[in-house]
Write a protein that binds this ligand. Structure first.
Ligand SMILES: Nc1ncnc2c1ncn2[C@@H]1O[C@H](COP(=O)(O)OP(=O)(O)OP(=O)(O)O)[C@@H](O)[C@H]1O
Ligand SMILES: [Mg+2]
Length: 297
């Protein structure tokens, strides 16, 4: 056992996890054995990324940060050509964000996704984080508004200040929970103040933040808030050809074969991508149940 390994064990016994992680990093980076190379690279990556996920205590119940490498299965994600164009645009902007900032050009990489429930708005945000190799910071406005009505503007300011210090893909989900038109019947004084506060937060963002917002009620959003998003994109339900591609991707990833009649049957599913996913899972269950019956008999 070498000194670093001894120190690591000492830290674990004292429950000093911060120092234990430092020694673990040292041990991993000093490893010379070829057979451990992949393991060490993987563990180092996890230690580096996990560290950047640590949220200040006052944000922990509002903002959720995840590693999209762990939560996004791209083998089951169907990217239509419509969303592919938007993804390319977001990534292109991200690649030149530093240059834009150096030139004093402030162009916020902000996209508003809208469309029916279950069409994959939140999943698209996670996919972008995956493609950019960045943590996915997720803020659901309906949670913020329910729990923190009084101090929402302060909370939003804290969240945006935190997000600006590190590089994240920030997803503002269900933005209609706070972004409703000011001066309409449904206006509540506090909500109106929140919209203004949110817009101020958005105005202070720099071009290196990747911001994605989502709503299924674009019709009730404040026009001034809408203007803050440089791209507004509607995600629609898949057509039959696209559905079939999504079906084949899914079944190939789970390693279960499916014939053309079954695929056609599934592709005829009416509704959203989420609905199609439900039907595919149902078919999988039926297939497994049949297999089980055959094994028993
Ligand atoms: N493009 C896609 N490829 C594969 N599965 C998808 C896709 N889009 C959506 N899904 C499936 O549908 C589920 C729901 O998607 P998601 O939560 O992203 O929809 P949403 O538009 O955000 O819905 P809501 O408006 O209700 O929040 C996902 O968990 C996933 O299983
Ligand atoms: Mg969603």
């Amino acid at each position: 056992m070498n000194d670093n390994e001894r120190s690591l064990i000492r830290c674990v016994c004292k429950n000093d996890m911060d120092m234990a992680k430092q020694y673990a990093k040292l041990i991993l980076s000093e490893n010379k054995a070829k057979s451990n190379e992949r393991f060490c690279a993987d563990m180092l990556r996890q230690l580096e990324t996990k560290k950047s996920f640590e949220l200040p205590p006052n944000l922990q119940s509002m903002l959720f940060v995840e590693d999209p490498l762990e939560t996004m299965n791209v083998n089951r994600y169907y990217l239509s050509t419509r969303e592919s164009k938007i993804a390319e645009r977001i990534m292109q902007l991200n690649a030149v964000s530093k240059k834009l900032a150096e030139l004093g050009v402030n162009y916020v990489n902000s996209t508003l996704l809208y469309g029916n429930s279950g069409t994959g708005k939140t999943t698209f945000g996670r996919y972008i984080a995956y493609r950019l190799g960045l943590p996915f910071a997720y803020l659901n406005f309906s949670h913020v508004i329910n729990e923190y009505l009084g101090g929402t503007v302060k909370n939003l300011t804290n969240i945006f200040d935190f997000v600006k210090q590190k590089k994240f893909v920030l997803m503002l989900d269900e933005i209609d929970a706070v972004g409703i038109k000011r001066g309409t019947k449904s206006e509540v004084g506090e909500l109106s103040r929140i919209v203004i506060g949110l817009m101020q937060c958005l105005d202070n963002l720099t071009s290196d933040t990747v911001l994605i917002a989502a709503t299924n009620r674009i019709d009730i959003l404040d026009p001034a808030l809408l203007r803050r998003f440089t791209v507004k994109h509607r995600i629609i339900e898949l057509n039959r050809i696209e559905s079939k591609e999504m079906i084949h991707m899914f079944f190939s990833d789970v390693g279960v074969s499916i014939d053309e009649t079954e695929a056609d049957f599934l592709a005829a599913t009416e509704g959203s991508q989420a609905e199609l996913m439900n039907q595919m899972v149902m078919m999988l269950v039926q297939k497994f149940s049949r297999e089980g019956e055959m094994t028993v008999s």
